[in-house]
Write a protein that binds this ligand. Structure first.
Ligand SMILES: [Zn+2]
Length: 86
C-alpha cells in the first residue's frame, strides 16, 4: 500500500466501516447486512487519508446518480479533461 499523493509506504491503517448510506446507495439495500469493512489509510509523510477500498466505475456512477442535474454536469465538464464541451 502506497500513498496516493506522495507515494510513501509509511502508511498506518485502521479498520473502519463504510456508512450505511453509502452502502445502500452504491450496493443496494440488500447489501446492508454484508461486511463492508475497509481500511482507512493515513500517510505519515504527508497526512493524506484514503480508503483502501476504491469504488469501481459502475459503483461511482450509482453513487452520483442523484446528482446528475445540470449543476453536476457543469461541474464534471469543468473538472474532467477530455470531455468535449458543448
Ligand atoms: Zn503521502
Amino acid at each position: 500500500m502506497e500513498c496516493l499523493v506522495c507515494g510513501s509506504s509509511k502508511i498506518s491503517m485502521r479498520k473502519t466501516k463504510i456508512s450505511d448510506f453509502l452502502v445502500e446507495k452504491v450496493f443496494g439495500k440488500e447489501d446492508l447486512d454484508k461486511n463492508h469493512d475497509v481500511n482507512l489509510c493515513h500517510c505519515e509523510e504527508c497526512s493524506f487519508s484514503f480508503y483502501d477500498r476504491r469504488l469501481t466505475e459502475e459503483e461511482s456512477e450509482r453513487l452520483y446518480d442523484g446528482y446528475r442535474g445540470t449543476e453536476y454536469q457543469k461541474m464534471r465538464e469543468n473538472m474532467t479533461v477530455g470531455i468535449p464541451r458543448k
